[in-house]
Design a protein around this ligand. Structure first.
Ligand code: ATP
Length: 348
């Protein structure tokens, strides 16, 4: 039996294309070792560059083609100088999450080498948790509203719907079931009614998953605890903006944005992309760290039902990182983007 997976590849802007190239090399290496599995790659132009060319960062015809694929691999999108009339950046990656209802923003955080955390006394794998960020509503809900230049006030609305909360909370429980069976709800239920509602829904759903231990903490405390005792966490679930902020903080515990893969998963579609942005300050210099993208490829393989090559990629990253000489500039090393890709391919 043979199976061909159609993969939409959206390299995007800034360092997006540079890290995507390394992710593709790793995906092809995985393919060459898999019997009966092929990846048909379809590359599309989406992002700030496409906006400058055609006036639409995510043309509808492209979206139709992307939707028809089995999975989506995305580099990074947006450039600081390319802005919408309201002043915000072009962000088709957020549009795609909303259009395809990719509510489960899964961000695994794992320490690959003790040298790479600013914390003392953590061995490889001792920081190992996953943040699940609701990705279709929350405080991003009103992001497309416009306001008059002379407005005396602008409000953003935090939307928590029962449907939106239930589906992401159930997804988080299922992720916890596949890990150490501990789920922490992160909210601000002491101040915001929308967050009190989120907590209410969480505890209504918890009895459906009796094998998962649950607890909760406020988002401000979560920021403190993630730094002081990250070992205590397995899976955290939270709303969109809190998850956005906490996942950057969490990335800093394991080497920075270059080490943070992510997936945005819905019921039918999923996008896999590094958690970092387009990093225009280092674009074109061949120094971007491709590991977040390479680990996102591993997440995609898992989601496609191919766990063996996913584990092979993670093992290769761990083997490469065992040598402290193997680092890109963001982590104090000298490897170029391509040289880091080479090391991981050799280890595979
Ligand atoms: P976004 O809002 O799209 O998440 P951002 O403005 O928060 O983006 P990023 O692009 O994620 O910013 O990155 C912040 C900084 O971290 C970059 O300017 C860059 O210096 C560094 N950085 C991010 N990703 C990488 C990477 N893969 N390799 C090396 N450095 C990176």
């Amino acid at each position: 039996m043979s199976k061909t997976f159609r993969i939409a590849v959206l390299p995007g802007d800034g360092i997006g294309p540079e890290v995507t190239a390394e992710g593709i090399r790793v995906l092809k290496a995985a393919e060459s070792r898999l019997e009966g599995v092929k990846f048909a790659l379809e590359e599309y132009s989406v992002g700030a560059g496409e906006y400058l060319k055609s006036g639409d960062a995510l043309p509808p015809a492209t979206m139709d083609k992307v939707r028809a694929c089995d999975a989506i691999l995305l580099g990074a999108m947006g450039l600081p100088d390319v802005r919408l009339s309201g002043g915000t950046e072009i962000a088709p990656q957020i549009d795609i999450r909303e259009i395809l209802e990719l509510y489960n923003g899964l961000r695994p955080v794992r320490l690959y080498h003790p040298d790479d955390t600013p914390l003392k006394g953590y061995a490889t794998g001792e920081i190992d948790f996953a943040i699940i960020r609701e990705s279709t509503e929350g405080l991003f809900f009103s992001r497309k509203q416009s306001y008059a230049k002379d407005a005396s006030e602008v409000r953003d609305t935090m939307r928590i719907s029962r449907h939106g909360a239930e589906r992401v909370i159930r997804a988080a429980f299922r992720v916890a079931q596949g890990r150490r069976k501990h789920l922490t709800l992160v909210d601000k239920a002491n101040v915001l009614p929308s967050m009190a509602f989120f907590r209410q829904v969480f505890y209504e759903i918890a009895p459906e998953f009796p094998d998962v231990r649950v607890d909760h903490c406020y988002v401000d405390a979560a920021a403190l605890f993630l730094v002081r005792r990250p070992r205590d966490f397995d899976v955290l679930v939270t709303e969109n903006m809190f998850g956005d902020i906490l996942s950057d903080l969490a990335a800093s515990l394991v080497g920075g944005m270059g080490m943070a893969p992510s997936a945005d998963i819905g019921d039918r579609h999923a996008v896999f992309q590094p958690a970092h942005g387009s990093a225009p300050d280092i674009a074109g210099k061949a120094i971007a760290n491709p590991v977040a993208m390479i680990l996102s490829v591993a997440m995609m393989l898992d989601w496609l039902g191919l766990p063996a090559p996913a584990r092979a990629i993670e093992r290769a990253v761990e083997e490469v990182f065992a040598d402290p000489g193997n680092r890109t500039a963001d982590m104090g090393g000298r490897l170029s983007t391509g040289a880091m890709g080479d090391k991981i391919l050799e280890a595979m």
